[in-house]
Design a protein around this ligand. Structure first.
Ligand code: CUA
Length: 276
């Protein structure tokens, strides 16, 4: 039986429902971001503030694109719903392809250029000669921090001497005089407003060093010594977490990061030196 065009016309309800759903999705998403429902903890370095600014800029740009695209989709769903018309086949439009590819390219490259200072401060500048060097060793599923002690030199490590149960988790070589004053502790303590350089290494698999307030995240990779640096400007205790799935105990792998006054830092070093 041949039905007329008019009879073949589908219901408008699915199109209206889908358009409504898309609009609600847009409103809910904009609300989550605009109301700051999940605010990040305040940044504690000047670089972290730049990272936040870059993040906000990216969210604004991506947010505008998201709203325009989703509302445009809702409009198209309504406008081109089944009204009994003949389906039209379109092979695409080269001009439109060139246009939106170029726009995307320009937006992404511009964001990258805007963010180059924050990225450069983190990744392409040296820590400076006055920075305090602290070695960070990751292993399943703990962090171990080593301070070079008064001589300013890290003692030699020997993998054959690694033995956590006997109190030598890093494998410090007792025959190296430089290792005698090294301080090995399970938490990280640094003085406020002082440049710090961490030297990240791993004894087994890839782990990660992440402190939200520093906006700093870096993998620790076996066989590599990866430096990262920062200057924390607020006294407090923060959490260090591992963000690489490193085994069954990954979810328990964390430590603490204490930013203390200069005098408290000196006291910390003395106290630790006396007990090592
Ligand atoms: Cu170490 Cu996850």
């Amino acid at each position: 039986m041949i039905r007329s065009r008019k009879q073949a016309r589908g219901s408008a309800a699915p199109a209206f429902l889908l358009a409504l759903l898309l609009t609600l999705l847009v409103l809910a998403t904009v609300y989550v971001f605009a109301a700051h429902l999940f605010p990040p903890p305040p940044p504690i370095t000047s670089t972290a503030m730049l990272v936040d600014r870059q993040y906000d800029l990216t969210v604004y740009v991506a947010g505008i694109v998201f709203v325009v695209a989703q509302l445009g989709l809702a409009y198209a769903v309504l406008q081109y719903r089944d009204r009994g018309q003949r389906a039209r086949f379109v092979r695409g439009n080269v001009m439109m392809e060139i246009l939106w590819t170029s726009v995307t390219l320009i937006v992404f490259v511009s964001l990258a250029i805007a963010g180059r200072k924050a990225w450069g401060q983190d990744r392409f500048t040296e820590a400076g000669s006055g920075a305090i060097q602290i070695e960070v060793t990751t292993t399943q599923f703990v962090y171990t921090f080593r301070y070079p002690g008064p001589d300013g030199k890290f003692g030699r490590l020997d993998p054959r001497l690694v033995s956590a149960p006997t109190g030598n988790p890093l494998g410090l070589d007792p025959n190296d005089p430089a290792s005698a004053d090294d301080i090995v502790v399970p938490t990280l303590t640094v003085p406020v407003n002082h440049a710090v350089e961490l030297l990240l290494r791993s004894q087994d698999v890839v782990h990660n060093f992440f402190v939200r307030e520093l906006r700093l995240q870096q993998d620790a990779v076996p066989g590599m010594m990866i430096p990262v640096h920062f200057t924390a400007n607020r006294i407090g205790q923060y959490e260090i977490v591992c963000t690489q799935l490193c085994g069954l105990g990954h979810n328990t792998m964390h430590s603490f990061f204490n930013v203390v006054s200069e005098s408290d830092y000196e006291r910390f070093l003395k106290r630790q030196a006396a007990t090592q």
